[in-house]
Design a protein around this ligand. Sequence first.
Ligand code: S3P
Length: 445
Amino acid sequence: MSMATTPLLRDDDRAEALASPALRGVIEVPGDKSMSHRALILGALAEGTTRISGLLEGQDVLDTAAAVRGFGATAERLAPGAWHVTGTRWRSPVIPVDCGNSGTGVRLLMGAAAGFSLAAQFTGDRSLSRRPMERVLDPLRAMGADFDASEGGRLPVRLRGGTLGGLCFRNERASAQVKSALLLAGLQAQGEVEVVEPVPTRDHMENMLRAFGCEVEICDEADGRHIRLGGRRALAATSVRIPGDPSSAAFPLVAGLLVPGSEIILRSVMVNPLRAGLFATLAEMGADLRLDHERSRSGEQVADIKVRFGPLHGVVVPAERAPSMIDEYPILAVAAAFATDRTVMHGLAELRVKESDRLAAIVAGLRACGVDAWDEGDTLIVEGCGGPPPGGADVAAHDDHRIAMSFLVLGLASRNPVSVDSAGMIATSFPGFAPLMRSLGARIS
Ligand code: S3P
């Protein structure tokens, strides 16, 4: 049964961060969330048993594990992060597929299931039930899938899967979730499947499909990147080693930049260039940040990241960079609050439809902490304080894990403590966040 049925919000969900002494230590953050979802789903479609190590055991990924079991695959946990997944032809789940808080989980699973002869209902928590699904349902319908959504293209969504044809789709929203859902559906489709990306998005699905033996052609042309499924689409089980999630690493990393005297090493973080926009932006802001021991692991680039406290200055972040750091704007906005001068971040329309309206949540949280910040359309502007902002607020996290972690990081270096009203959701992506931060010296209760 899906673990998403367990309520994550409790009365004791509040957390508080206080000005901390220098943060020091060598840490590893949990496995990458995007790769973890994909490893479970591809393993559940492949012939044979896939061995996964470093799987993120956050609630989002556990919900995907429960979902693939519902479709008939086997997913077993042998030890922390070590899982075996045995694939099968997917069949109708007997209970609804509850994807909890995870947009990635539900959108990828809808794509993966669409080409099987089955019936399924997809559900999620309060936040996920507010998020738009038409972005995947429309192109999947164009391939021939029969989806019935709730009002406004929301969950619950009913699927009657069956034979799919091909599709050539232009990914104007720059969504890796949409691209991945279509490639997954394409595994069962009869025709050509091609996604064209005016701006490339994270390519973990392409990399992992290849690791499972599927043919994927990638070609950069004048109108963007063309990603095409080849003729060989059967998947063969493999081994996947999942490195640390750069989107989780972002929190201790920025904390190290902001808390005076800090020096932190983050081991084995995935640094795929299509996920590395935050590192580039922080470097432009003057951050003392170094990537060491760059290497490859399961088809992805990995490095150790060394970060040291130091002053930052404001920058302009172009819209084209947004897909490579789409989940990192809340923590970048916190870094910008400590910088000298103004930081302007363009092209953030997608932040309105994440786990919360992140643009609104960032602006409200920063203002509550005494920072001048505002949005103009899909641009976010933060007037840096040139040092520690006042803090001293109880910030509304809107049940959003990344908003909660971002403002706790702010509180580690602001002049007054910062609390967040709901920290329980942090477990969806970064289980063990508070103890790991405390092991560096952070004062988070
Ligand atoms: C993800 C893609 C991004 C990101 C999400 C994970 C993925 O969403 O925000 O956390 O694993 O494909 P979009 O592709 O919808 O921007």
